[in-house]
Design a protein. Structure first.
Length: 169
């Protein structure tokens, strides 16, 4: 696990509303192993990271969305059996990035699949799975994805949260 968000800043600017790189006040990142236990690790990393960042009343929403994005990456973007394919940067096949920019927070999950995420048109709320992107859309202020180019293969799926400034003390 690390705290270097600079590797994601340039591509994220391509897929999100305009942001000034100088406005990035906090960034953290961690590689996740190709196992479902990684969802728990991602939640733990997110909680520890957000404990030091002002997120107002969005803390639980952000943690839920991170869980859904990581679950989707592990379930749909890894080869059958998970494998241990590592991208060109040598990190695990799934990577979580958190970035705070002024009054916005971005959660981004990189995975090795070139397939676009698919949101279901109609939601079956009784189903045990298939609601992930519906929850991401419901709890975030926007989400999207973009394919990676260059030496990294795959895509990044991101969610944006608007944050209120914490009250002055």
């Amino acid at each position: 696990m690390g705290t270097n968000g600079s590797t994601m800043l340039e591509p994220l600017r391509q897929g999100l509303p305009p942001m000034d790189p100088a406005s990035v006040s906090c960034a953290a990142s961690c590689a996740l192993p190709p196992r479902y236990e990684a969802v728990r690790e991602a939640r733990r990393f997110t909680r520890r990271t957000l404990d030091g960042w002002p997120t107002g009343d969005r803390f639980d929403d952000i943690c839920l969305v991170v869980s859904e994005l990581v679950t989707n990456a592990l379930r749909h973007a890894l080869p059958a059996g998970g494998g241990d394919a590592r991208p060109a940067d040598g990190h695990g096949p799934v990577r979580l990035h958190l970035m705070r920019c002024a009054e916005r927070l971005v959660c981004a999950v990189r995975d090795p699949s070139d397939d676009s995420p698919v949101a279901r048109e109609t939601e079956d709320f009784a189903a045990e799975s298939g609601r992930g992107l519906f929850l991401v859309e419901s709890f975030s202020d926007g989400w999207g994805w973009y394919p990676l180019t260059g030496t990294l293969r795959g895509k990044v799926v991101w969610a944006l949260f608007r944050l209120s400034e914490p009250p002055a003390e």
